[in-house]
Design a binder for this molecule. Sequence first.
Ligand SMILES: Cc1ncc(COP(=O)(O)O)c(C=O)c1O
Length: 391
Amino acid sequence: MSKKGGTGTDKTRLVHAGKGGDRHHGTITTPVYHTSTVLFPSVAALKQAKNTSGSVTYGRYGTPTTFALQDAIADLEGDGACIVLPSGLSAITTALVGLLDSGDHLLMVDTVYNPTRRFCDGLLRTLGVQTTYYAPDRDIRDLLRDNTRAVFLESPGSLTFEMQDVPAIAAAARERGAFTLIDNTWATPLYCKPLSLGIDVSIQSVTKYIGGHSDLMMGTVTAKGEVFDRIHSSAFQLGLCASSDDCFLALRGLRTLVPRLERHSNTARILAEWLSKRPEVRRVLSPVLAHDPGHAIWSRDFTGASGLFGVILEPVKSTQIAAMLDGLRYFGMGYSWGGFESLILPVDPPHRTEVPWRETGPLLRIHAGLEDLDDLIDDLDAGLARLNQTA
Ligand SMILES: Cc1ncc(COP(=O)(O)O)c(C=O)c1O
């Protein structure tokens, strides 16, 4: 468990948070502690460690490397305490399991990351929790029931990038005594601080921008007081932990988060604007663009944007899409996002129940990496030429 406590702006905090320092012989990094077992010199010391929160007692409960990362993330989130988990999805499921009991009702945004949806329709249902999906722009007040224990948000939504009015939803839920949780992976806590918008639980897939190098899987949950204690306890009961090696990599990722995100963001905005002028493109999905329906909310609640957005092409044959994507030089084709390399993914029609997907053109998801912008534009330009030639 970690507590907040840094000073300076985010840019400064990210350089200094969770540093090795005096506890580690002055090393600038916090070392990787490989250990399951911690030895105590006496019964009194063993008992004291067991009863002191934040003590190092056993590998699964966290090493000094884990605690340094948790401190740094809580610092960046601006409030509360943080726990790291082995993946972004496990952070989501652990938080939901920690806050919901059999007989409870959950309001889940319809545009949520699909594996989160699968968890709600699968294990969570088996555990006796009923889920209702709501449209991302829905006024949720008349959906809240007496047994609604939690409202889950993801803004912008997975694949389709719809923004949600986070403060309004948080206020409505709070009035009825329901917890609010948000998957904040797209913005990272650098560009959106959910706890300051009234949300109870902020969740990150660290796998994406915080890791930043496509070489680790990890998630975090940040919350305050009793809400944090419940989720922390559920993580411990489930036996979940992240490796110290991965915590070290995530801490290293944090050091460069600011300049990386600035570059991802700038490249993505220019690519999105360039694509939106192309005749092959029906619509670009990104709240950063002035014409996007979510632009006003994004400008109000976020201080920046990351490098992920969607593109709906005019209807074409699947062979044309293959010709475009198969020949790309710099855009890799693969799942995930947030790493140094640009990625492009053809996406199946998104699974929605409240806002059915009616677009007929193919949907692509683009992650703008750290490559040279002109090279990326040339790559897409050549790809669209291949798409046209294959017609
Ligand atoms: C929005 C979002 N949330 C959560 C996750 C899950 O993260 P992880 O892959 O670290 O489990 C993903 C993964 O793609 C995602 O896109």
